[in-house]
Ligand binder design. Structure first.
Ligand SMILES: [Zn+2]
Length: 437
Protein backbone atom coordinates (compact mmCIF):
# COMPACT_ATOMS: atom_id res chain seq x y z
CA UNK A 1 0.00 0.00 0.00
CA UNK A 2 2.70 2.45 -0.92
CA UNK A 3 1.53 3.79 -4.25
CA UNK A 4 2.34 7.46 -4.62
CA UNK A 5 -1.30 8.10 -5.46
CA UNK A 6 -2.45 6.74 -2.11
CA UNK A 7 -2.06 10.09 -0.44
CA UNK A 8 -3.26 13.15 -2.32
CA UNK A 9 -1.90 16.16 -0.45
CA UNK A 10 -4.00 17.85 2.14
CA UNK A 11 -3.87 21.00 0.06
CA UNK A 12 -6.67 23.25 -1.13
CA UNK A 13 -5.30 22.86 -4.66
CA UNK A 14 -3.48 19.92 -6.19
CA UNK A 15 -3.12 18.19 -9.52
CA UNK A 16 -3.55 14.53 -10.31
CA UNK A 17 -0.90 14.47 -12.99
CA UNK A 18 -0.33 11.88 -15.69
CA UNK A 19 -3.71 10.29 -15.11
CA UNK A 20 -5.40 7.85 -17.50
CA UNK A 21 -9.10 8.62 -17.85
CA UNK A 22 -11.93 6.84 -19.69
CA UNK A 23 -12.69 9.47 -22.35
CA UNK A 24 -16.42 8.74 -22.20
CA UNK A 25 -16.50 10.09 -18.63
CA UNK A 26 -14.70 13.36 -19.47
CA UNK A 27 -16.53 16.51 -20.45
CA UNK A 28 -14.75 19.48 -22.01
CA UNK A 29 -11.43 17.84 -22.75
CA UNK A 30 -10.40 16.56 -26.15
CA UNK A 31 -7.34 14.38 -26.69
CA UNK A 32 -6.43 11.36 -28.74
CA UNK A 33 -7.53 8.18 -27.03
CA UNK A 34 -6.33 4.62 -27.07
CA UNK A 35 -9.12 2.08 -26.61
CA UNK A 36 -11.15 4.86 -25.05
CA UNK A 37 -8.46 6.01 -22.60
CA UNK A 38 -6.89 9.48 -22.61
CA UNK A 39 -4.03 11.03 -20.65
CA UNK A 40 -4.69 14.16 -18.64
CA UNK A 41 -3.78 16.29 -15.64
CA UNK A 42 -6.80 16.88 -13.42
CA UNK A 43 -6.57 19.96 -11.23
CA UNK A 44 -8.54 19.89 -7.98
CA UNK A 45 -9.19 23.15 -6.13
CA UNK A 46 -11.43 23.70 -3.12
CA UNK A 47 -13.13 20.35 -3.65
CA UNK A 48 -13.93 20.93 -7.32
CA UNK A 49 -12.34 19.85 -10.58
CA UNK A 50 -10.99 23.26 -11.58
CA UNK A 51 -9.15 22.31 -14.75
CA UNK A 52 -8.44 19.40 -17.07
CA UNK A 53 -5.16 19.81 -18.92
CA UNK A 54 -2.82 17.91 -21.18
CA UNK A 55 -0.53 15.61 -19.17
CA UNK A 56 2.32 17.60 -17.61
CA UNK A 57 0.67 20.93 -18.47
CA UNK A 58 -0.33 21.88 -14.92
CA UNK A 59 1.71 24.78 -13.48
CA UNK A 60 4.81 23.57 -11.62
CA UNK A 61 3.84 25.35 -8.39
CA UNK A 62 0.75 23.17 -7.93
CA UNK A 63 1.03 20.39 -5.36
CA UNK A 64 1.32 17.27 -7.45
CA UNK A 65 0.22 13.67 -7.20
CA UNK A 66 1.94 11.73 -9.96
CA UNK A 67 -0.60 9.08 -11.02
CA UNK A 68 2.11 7.41 -13.16
CA UNK A 69 -0.61 6.67 -15.72
CA UNK A 70 -2.99 5.22 -13.09
CA UNK A 71 -6.65 5.54 -13.95
CA UNK A 72 -8.98 8.20 -12.61
CA UNK A 73 -12.73 7.58 -12.88
CA UNK A 74 -15.70 9.59 -11.70
CA UNK A 75 -17.77 8.12 -8.87
CA UNK A 76 -20.14 5.41 -10.07
CA UNK A 77 -23.89 5.24 -10.63
CA UNK A 78 -25.62 1.97 -9.65
CA UNK A 79 -29.07 2.28 -11.18
CA UNK A 80 -30.80 -0.96 -10.16
CA UNK A 81 -30.44 -2.34 -6.63
CA UNK A 82 -32.60 -3.80 -3.87
CA UNK A 83 -31.40 -2.19 -0.65
CA UNK A 84 -34.45 -3.49 1.23
CA UNK A 85 -33.55 -7.12 0.48
CA UNK A 86 -29.78 -6.87 0.94
CA UNK A 87 -27.82 -9.15 3.28
CA UNK A 88 -30.64 -11.45 4.42
CA UNK A 89 -28.93 -14.54 2.93
CA UNK A 90 -27.76 -16.02 6.24
CA UNK A 91 -31.26 -15.63 7.63
CA UNK A 92 -33.16 -16.73 4.50
CA UNK A 93 -31.12 -18.55 1.87
CA UNK A 94 -32.48 -19.63 -1.50
CA UNK A 95 -32.84 -23.42 -1.19
CA UNK A 96 -32.09 -24.18 -4.86
CA UNK A 97 -30.89 -20.89 -6.39
CA UNK A 98 -33.97 -20.71 -8.62
CA UNK A 99 -36.15 -17.68 -9.35
CA UNK A 100 -39.17 -19.28 -7.68
CA UNK A 101 -37.04 -20.24 -4.68
CA UNK A 102 -35.99 -16.57 -4.42
CA UNK A 103 -39.55 -15.24 -4.62
CA UNK A 104 -40.78 -17.60 -1.91
CA UNK A 105 -37.81 -17.02 0.39
CA UNK A 106 -38.04 -13.22 0.13
CA UNK A 107 -41.79 -13.25 0.72
CA UNK A 108 -41.34 -15.32 3.88
CA UNK A 109 -38.52 -13.14 5.14
CA UNK A 110 -40.40 -9.92 4.40
CA UNK A 111 -43.52 -11.06 6.20
CA UNK A 112 -41.54 -12.25 9.22
CA UNK A 113 -38.79 -9.70 9.62
CA UNK A 114 -38.96 -6.46 7.65
CA UNK A 115 -39.60 -3.99 10.45
CA UNK A 116 -38.42 -0.42 9.97
CA UNK A 117 -35.38 -1.15 12.12
CA UNK A 118 -34.46 -4.30 10.20
CA UNK A 119 -34.73 -2.58 6.81
CA UNK A 120 -32.91 0.49 8.09
CA UNK A 121 -29.90 -1.36 9.47
CA UNK A 122 -29.43 -3.48 6.36
CA UNK A 123 -29.77 -0.43 4.09
CA UNK A 124 -27.12 1.42 6.09
CA UNK A 125 -24.74 -1.52 5.78
CA UNK A 126 -25.24 -1.66 2.02
CA UNK A 127 -24.75 2.08 1.58
CA UNK A 128 -21.54 2.10 3.63
CA UNK A 129 -20.17 -0.61 1.34
CA UNK A 130 -21.28 1.20 -1.80
CA UNK A 131 -19.77 4.48 -0.59
CA UNK A 132 -16.46 2.82 0.23
CA UNK A 133 -16.37 1.31 -3.27
CA UNK A 134 -16.80 4.78 -4.82
CA UNK A 135 -20.50 5.07 -5.68
CA UNK A 136 -22.27 8.43 -5.75
CA UNK A 137 -25.75 7.56 -7.09
CA UNK A 138 -28.04 4.59 -6.39
CA UNK A 139 -31.57 3.71 -7.41
CA UNK A 140 -33.23 1.01 -5.34
CA UNK A 141 -36.44 -0.87 -5.86
CA UNK A 142 -38.51 -1.35 -2.70
CA UNK A 143 -40.89 -4.29 -2.27
CA UNK A 144 -44.23 -2.50 -2.07
CA UNK A 145 -46.82 -5.06 -1.10
CA UNK A 146 -49.05 -3.73 1.68
CA UNK A 147 -48.18 -2.96 4.42
CA UNK A 148 -44.47 -3.03 3.50
CA UNK A 149 -44.72 -0.02 1.14
CA UNK A 150 -45.34 2.39 4.02
CA UNK A 151 -42.59 0.88 6.21
CA UNK A 152 -39.89 0.78 3.54
CA UNK A 153 -40.58 4.15 1.90
CA UNK A 154 -40.50 5.88 5.28
CA UNK A 155 -37.16 4.27 6.12
CA UNK A 156 -35.90 5.11 2.65
CA UNK A 157 -36.80 8.80 2.99
CA UNK A 158 -34.89 9.15 6.25
CA UNK A 159 -31.90 7.24 4.86
CA UNK A 160 -31.90 9.41 1.73
CA UNK A 161 -31.76 12.54 3.89
CA UNK A 162 -28.98 11.14 6.07
CA UNK A 163 -26.91 10.18 3.00
CA UNK A 164 -27.64 13.19 0.78
CA UNK A 165 -24.06 14.50 0.83
CA UNK A 166 -22.55 11.08 0.09
CA UNK A 167 -24.88 9.07 -2.17
CA UNK A 168 -27.86 10.46 -4.10
CA UNK A 169 -30.70 7.99 -3.69
CA UNK A 170 -33.84 7.18 -5.70
CA UNK A 171 -36.54 4.61 -4.90
CA UNK A 172 -38.99 2.67 -7.06
CA UNK A 173 -42.15 0.92 -5.84
CA UNK A 174 -41.94 -2.77 -6.80
CA UNK A 175 -45.14 -4.83 -6.81
CA UNK A 176 -47.05 -7.29 -9.02
CA UNK A 177 -49.11 -5.18 -11.43
CA UNK A 178 -52.18 -7.30 -10.63
CA UNK A 179 -52.18 -5.67 -7.17
CA UNK A 180 -53.37 -2.46 -8.84
CA UNK A 181 -56.81 -4.09 -8.89
CA UNK A 182 -57.01 -3.26 -5.18
CA UNK A 183 -58.01 0.38 -5.67
CA UNK A 184 -57.47 1.42 -2.05
CA UNK A 185 -53.99 -0.07 -2.03
CA UNK A 186 -53.05 1.47 -5.36
CA UNK A 187 -54.26 4.93 -4.33
CA UNK A 188 -52.28 4.65 -1.10
CA UNK A 189 -49.18 3.46 -2.94
CA UNK A 190 -49.37 6.42 -5.32
CA UNK A 191 -49.59 8.77 -2.35
CA UNK A 192 -46.60 7.15 -0.65
CA UNK A 193 -44.48 7.23 -3.82
CA UNK A 194 -45.43 10.80 -4.70
CA UNK A 195 -44.75 12.04 -1.16
CA UNK A 196 -41.36 10.30 -1.14
CA UNK A 197 -40.38 11.68 -4.56
CA UNK A 198 -40.07 8.11 -5.84
CA UNK A 199 -40.95 6.26 -9.03
CA UNK A 200 -43.60 3.74 -9.97
CA UNK A 201 -42.37 0.29 -10.90
CA UNK A 202 -43.72 -3.22 -10.89
CA UNK A 203 -43.28 -6.66 -12.34
CA UNK A 204 -44.94 -7.29 -15.69
CA UNK A 205 -46.36 -10.71 -16.51
CA UNK A 206 -47.94 -12.21 -19.61
CA UNK A 207 -51.67 -11.93 -19.00
CA UNK A 208 -54.83 -10.96 -20.86
CA UNK A 209 -54.90 -8.03 -18.44
CA UNK A 210 -51.42 -6.76 -19.27
CA UNK A 211 -52.37 -3.97 -21.69
CA UNK A 212 -55.02 -2.66 -19.32
CA UNK A 213 -52.59 -2.87 -16.39
CA UNK A 214 -49.95 -0.94 -18.30
CA UNK A 215 -52.48 1.71 -19.35
CA UNK A 216 -53.56 2.12 -15.73
CA UNK A 217 -49.99 2.33 -14.45
CA UNK A 218 -48.93 4.81 -17.11
CA UNK A 219 -51.99 7.03 -16.63
CA UNK A 220 -51.45 7.03 -12.86
CA UNK A 221 -47.77 7.91 -13.34
CA UNK A 222 -48.68 10.71 -15.77
CA UNK A 223 -51.35 12.11 -13.43
CA UNK A 224 -48.86 12.17 -10.55
CA UNK A 225 -45.79 13.31 -12.50
CA UNK A 226 -43.90 10.08 -11.82
CA UNK A 227 -41.35 8.16 -13.88
CA UNK A 228 -41.54 4.37 -14.28
CA UNK A 229 -38.93 1.62 -13.77
CA UNK A 230 -40.17 -1.94 -14.36
CA UNK A 231 -38.91 -5.49 -13.76
CA UNK A 232 -39.36 -7.11 -17.15
CA UNK A 233 -39.19 -10.62 -18.60
CA UNK A 234 -36.77 -12.11 -16.09
CA UNK A 235 -37.12 -15.55 -17.60
CA UNK A 236 -35.73 -17.87 -20.24
CA UNK A 237 -39.30 -18.57 -21.46
CA UNK A 238 -39.44 -17.27 -25.03
CA UNK A 239 -43.24 -17.14 -24.87
CA UNK A 240 -42.79 -14.23 -22.46
CA UNK A 241 -42.16 -10.85 -24.08
CA UNK A 242 -43.90 -8.12 -22.09
CA UNK A 243 -41.25 -5.64 -23.25
CA UNK A 244 -43.15 -5.31 -26.54
CA UNK A 245 -46.41 -4.58 -24.70
CA UNK A 246 -44.65 -2.00 -22.52
CA UNK A 247 -43.26 -0.14 -25.55
CA UNK A 248 -46.67 -0.23 -27.25
CA UNK A 249 -48.36 1.07 -24.09
CA UNK A 250 -45.88 3.95 -23.75
CA UNK A 251 -46.53 4.96 -27.36
CA UNK A 252 -50.30 4.40 -27.11
CA UNK A 253 -50.56 6.63 -24.05
CA UNK A 254 -48.15 9.29 -25.32
CA UNK A 255 -46.39 9.06 -21.96
CA UNK A 256 -43.76 11.78 -21.61
CA UNK A 257 -42.18 10.58 -18.35
CA UNK A 258 -39.09 8.40 -18.35
CA UNK A 259 -39.52 4.64 -18.63
CA UNK A 260 -36.83 2.12 -17.72
CA UNK A 261 -37.03 -1.65 -18.17
CA UNK A 262 -34.72 -3.93 -16.19
CA UNK A 263 -33.59 -7.48 -17.03
CA UNK A 264 -35.41 -8.19 -20.34
CA UNK A 265 -33.74 -11.63 -20.37
CA UNK A 266 -36.22 -13.36 -22.67
CA UNK A 267 -35.49 -10.83 -25.43
CA UNK A 268 -32.28 -12.80 -26.00
CA UNK A 269 -34.34 -15.98 -26.55
CA UNK A 270 -36.40 -14.58 -29.47
CA UNK A 271 -35.99 -15.23 -33.16
CA UNK A 272 -33.99 -12.55 -34.93
CA UNK A 273 -36.99 -10.84 -36.53
CA UNK A 274 -38.99 -10.69 -33.30
CA UNK A 275 -35.98 -9.34 -31.41
CA UNK A 276 -35.34 -6.73 -34.10
CA UNK A 277 -38.97 -5.54 -34.19
CA UNK A 278 -39.09 -5.34 -30.37
CA UNK A 279 -35.85 -3.37 -30.17
CA UNK A 280 -37.15 -0.91 -32.79
CA UNK A 281 -40.32 -0.45 -30.75
CA UNK A 282 -38.32 0.10 -27.54
CA UNK A 283 -36.19 2.71 -29.31
CA UNK A 284 -39.27 4.51 -30.64
CA UNK A 285 -40.87 4.51 -27.19
CA UNK A 286 -37.72 6.05 -25.67
CA UNK A 287 -37.38 3.28 -23.07
CA UNK A 288 -34.03 2.80 -21.31
CA UNK A 289 -32.77 -0.71 -20.60
CA UNK A 290 -30.64 -1.87 -17.67
CA UNK A 291 -29.00 -5.29 -17.65
CA UNK A 292 -28.12 -7.02 -14.40
CA UNK A 293 -25.46 -9.43 -15.60
CA UNK A 294 -24.35 -11.03 -12.33
CA UNK A 295 -27.87 -11.70 -11.07
CA UNK A 296 -29.13 -12.80 -14.49
CA UNK A 297 -26.31 -15.29 -14.93
CA UNK A 298 -26.95 -16.62 -11.41
CA UNK A 299 -30.71 -17.15 -11.78
CA UNK A 300 -31.25 -17.86 -15.47
CA UNK A 301 -30.86 -21.30 -17.01
CA UNK A 302 -30.46 -22.88 -13.58
CA UNK A 303 -31.68 -26.46 -13.48
CA UNK A 304 -30.51 -29.00 -10.89
CA UNK A 305 -27.74 -31.23 -12.18
CA UNK A 306 -27.58 -29.48 -15.54
CA UNK A 307 -24.83 -27.15 -16.74
CA UNK A 308 -26.22 -23.74 -17.79
CA UNK A 309 -26.13 -23.10 -21.56
CA UNK A 310 -26.80 -19.35 -21.80
CA UNK A 311 -25.73 -16.26 -19.90
CA UNK A 312 -29.13 -14.84 -19.04
CA UNK A 313 -28.45 -11.28 -20.22
CA UNK A 314 -30.49 -9.18 -22.62
CA UNK A 315 -29.42 -7.99 -26.09
CA UNK A 316 -27.41 -5.04 -24.82
CA UNK A 317 -25.27 -4.50 -27.92
CA UNK A 318 -28.24 -4.58 -30.28
CA UNK A 319 -30.28 -2.24 -28.06
CA UNK A 320 -27.40 0.23 -27.80
CA UNK A 321 -26.84 0.10 -31.57
CA UNK A 322 -30.51 0.99 -32.05
CA UNK A 323 -30.02 4.12 -29.93
CA UNK A 324 -31.63 2.75 -26.76
CA UNK A 325 -30.01 4.16 -23.57
CA UNK A 326 -28.39 1.15 -21.87
CA UNK A 327 -26.52 0.47 -18.63
CA UNK A 328 -25.62 -2.31 -16.22
CA UNK A 329 -26.09 -2.44 -12.45
CA UNK A 330 -25.70 -4.57 -9.33
CA UNK A 331 -29.24 -5.80 -8.68
CA UNK A 332 -29.40 -7.98 -5.55
CA UNK A 333 -26.72 -8.42 -2.88
CA UNK A 334 -26.53 -11.42 -0.56
CA UNK A 335 -30.22 -12.25 -0.72
CA UNK A 336 -32.20 -15.14 -2.25
CA UNK A 337 -32.08 -13.56 -5.74
CA UNK A 338 -28.27 -13.41 -5.69
CA UNK A 339 -26.17 -15.03 -3.01
CA UNK A 340 -23.17 -12.71 -3.50
CA UNK A 341 -22.31 -9.11 -4.32
CA UNK A 342 -21.29 -5.99 -2.43
CA UNK A 343 -22.60 -3.06 -4.49
CA UNK A 344 -19.17 -2.62 -6.05
CA UNK A 345 -19.55 -1.13 -9.55
CA UNK A 346 -15.98 -2.17 -10.38
CA UNK A 347 -17.04 -5.79 -9.90
CA UNK A 348 -20.24 -5.17 -11.87
CA UNK A 349 -18.24 -3.60 -14.69
CA UNK A 350 -15.61 -6.34 -14.69
CA UNK A 351 -18.26 -9.07 -14.79
CA UNK A 352 -20.32 -7.17 -17.38
CA UNK A 353 -17.28 -6.97 -19.65
CA UNK A 354 -16.87 -10.73 -19.40
CA UNK A 355 -20.53 -11.78 -19.55
CA UNK A 356 -21.71 -9.25 -22.17
CA UNK A 357 -18.48 -9.05 -24.19
CA UNK A 358 -18.13 -5.31 -23.77
CA UNK A 359 -14.47 -5.67 -24.79
CA UNK A 360 -12.40 -5.70 -27.99
CA UNK A 361 -12.60 -2.80 -28.12
CA UNK A 362 -13.54 -1.45 -24.71
CA UNK A 363 -13.67 2.09 -26.18
CA UNK A 364 -16.80 3.50 -24.51
CA UNK A 365 -17.56 0.57 -22.16
CA UNK A 366 -16.88 2.62 -19.01
CA UNK A 367 -20.14 4.47 -19.70
CA UNK A 368 -22.25 1.53 -18.48
CA UNK A 369 -21.54 2.23 -14.78
CA UNK A 370 -20.98 6.01 -15.06
CA UNK A 371 -22.44 8.42 -17.61
CA UNK A 372 -25.14 6.14 -19.03
CA UNK A 373 -26.89 5.21 -15.77
CA UNK A 374 -26.55 8.74 -14.39
CA UNK A 375 -28.17 10.16 -17.55
CA UNK A 376 -30.97 7.57 -17.39
CA UNK A 377 -31.55 8.54 -13.75
CA UNK A 378 -31.74 12.22 -14.65
CA UNK A 379 -28.51 13.04 -12.79
CA UNK A 380 -26.02 13.65 -15.62
CA UNK A 381 -24.01 15.78 -13.17
CA UNK A 382 -22.92 12.56 -11.40
CA UNK A 383 -20.63 9.93 -12.93
CA UNK A 384 -18.64 12.30 -15.10
CA UNK A 385 -15.50 14.39 -14.75
CA UNK A 386 -16.03 18.02 -15.74
CA UNK A 387 -14.58 21.38 -14.83
CA UNK A 388 -16.67 22.91 -12.06
CA UNK A 389 -17.99 19.55 -10.85
CA UNK A 390 -17.20 18.19 -7.39
CA UNK A 391 -13.88 16.30 -7.32
CA UNK A 392 -15.68 13.00 -6.68
CA UNK A 393 -13.08 10.71 -8.18
CA UNK A 394 -11.89 7.12 -7.93
CA UNK A 395 -8.13 6.61 -8.31
CA UNK A 396 -6.59 3.33 -9.42
CA UNK A 397 -3.04 2.08 -9.78
CA UNK A 398 -4.16 0.16 -12.88
CA UNK A 399 -3.05 1.95 -16.04
CA UNK A 400 -4.62 -0.10 -18.82
CA UNK A 401 -7.73 -2.20 -19.31
CA UNK A 402 -5.87 -5.47 -18.85
CA UNK A 403 -4.59 -4.30 -15.47
CA UNK A 404 -7.93 -2.80 -14.46
CA UNK A 405 -10.00 -5.85 -15.34
CA UNK A 406 -7.69 -8.51 -13.94
CA UNK A 407 -7.71 -7.49 -10.28
CA UNK A 408 -10.50 -6.41 -7.93
CA UNK A 409 -8.91 -2.94 -7.56
CA UNK A 410 -9.12 -3.21 -3.79
CA UNK A 411 -6.37 -0.61 -3.43
CA UNK A 412 -8.36 2.12 -5.14
CA UNK A 413 -8.58 5.54 -3.48
CA UNK A 414 -11.89 7.41 -3.38
CA UNK A 415 -11.94 11.21 -3.27
CA UNK A 416 -15.13 13.02 -2.36
CA UNK A 417 -15.01 16.77 -2.88
CA UNK A 418 -11.25 16.35 -3.25
CA UNK A 419 -10.73 14.58 0.10
CA UNK A 420 -9.72 10.96 0.61
CA UNK A 421 -12.51 8.98 2.27
CA UNK A 422 -12.23 6.02 4.63
CA UNK A 423 -12.56 2.97 2.39
CA UNK A 424 -12.84 0.40 5.16
CA UNK A 425 -15.79 -1.87 4.46
CA UNK A 426 -18.28 -2.55 7.25
CA UNK A 427 -17.65 -5.81 9.11
CA UNK A 428 -20.21 -8.56 8.43
CA UNK A 429 -20.29 -9.21 12.18
CA UNK A 430 -22.22 -5.96 12.53
CA UNK A 431 -25.10 -7.75 10.81
CA UNK A 432 -25.18 -10.68 13.23
CA UNK A 433 -27.60 -8.97 15.58
CA UNK A 434 -29.76 -7.86 12.62
CA UNK A 435 -30.22 -11.17 10.89
CA UNK A 436 -30.05 -13.33 13.98
CA UNK A 437 -26.96 -15.26 12.91
ZN1 LIG B 1 -34.17 -6.14 -9.56
Amino acid sequence: MSHAFMSPPNAARFVLSNATVPAVTLTGFEASSREGLVKADIVVADGLVSDILAPGAAPAEYAKVDMKDGMVWPTFADMHTHLDKGHIWERRANPDGSFMGALDAVRADREANWSADDVHRRMEFSLRSAYAHGTGLIRTHLDSLAPQHRISFEVFSSVRDAWKDRIALQAVALFPLENMADEAFFADLLTVVRDAGGLMGGVTQMSPELDAQLDKLIRAAADNGLDIDLHVDETEDREVLTLKAIAEAVLRNGFTGKVTAGHCCSLARQDEDVARATIDLVARAGISIVSLPMCNMYLQDRHPGRTPRWRGVTLLHELAAAGVPTAVASDNTRDPFYAYGDLDPVEVFREAVRILHLDHPLDTAARVVTTSPSAILGRPDIGRIAVGSPADLVLFSARRWSEFLSRPQSDRVVLRKGKVIDRNLPDYRELDSVIGA
